[in-house]
Design a protein around this ligand. Structure first.
Ligand code: ZN
Length: 149
């Protein structure tokens, strides 16, 4: 898949996405798609998010960044719908579906590793890889490999 060769991995929290960034939002094992069909770009969905969202860039190409929007509350909107991620395999193209599965895995990992599993302090972001690090006890939880299923 040519697109994959163009993707550079970048792991960092960003202030705001750019208009053409591809936006991934998850609610457990659901992914939000515009009209239940399309992975949106930021300019199509930015008005659905409030100031409490965190934007996590996990990949980028020359044209787009791929951004997970981390939100506390489920979105409720007629056009932006939560679809079971497995069902999305027949909706999204192969590359986007692979990215969506990867993003969902990262999203789950980040949600369950906010706090240090060793001392309980809040973990800090590492910017050079997908990881957190505890600045208090230097615990460094590894990301488990993504298993195909
Ligand atoms: Zn710790």
């Amino acid at each position: 898949m040519p697109l994959f060769h163009a993707i550079k991995k970048r792991y960092h929290v960003i202030t705001r996405p750019n208009p053409a960034d591809e936006i991934f939002v998850f609610q457990k094992s659901d992914i939000y798609l515009l009209d239940g069909k399309y992975l949106p770009q930021w300019n199509q969905v930015k008005h659905y998010f409030n100031n409490s969202a965190t934007y996590y860039c996990f990949a980028e190409t020359e044209k787009h960044r791929y951004v997970i929007v981390e939100i506390d509350l489920a979105l409720k909107h007629d056009n932006y719908l939560a679809i079971n991620l497995k069902s999305a395999s027949s909706i999204l193209d192969e590359t986007l579906f692979a990215l969506a599965k990867y993003a969902n895995h990262l999203h789950h990992w980040r949600r369950t590793h906010t706090y240090c599993g060793n001392c309980g302090n809040k973990n800090a972001e590492k910017t050079d890889e997908q990881a957190f690090v505890c600045l208090h006890c230097h615990n460094y939880p590894p990301l488990q490999a993504l298993h195909e299923n």
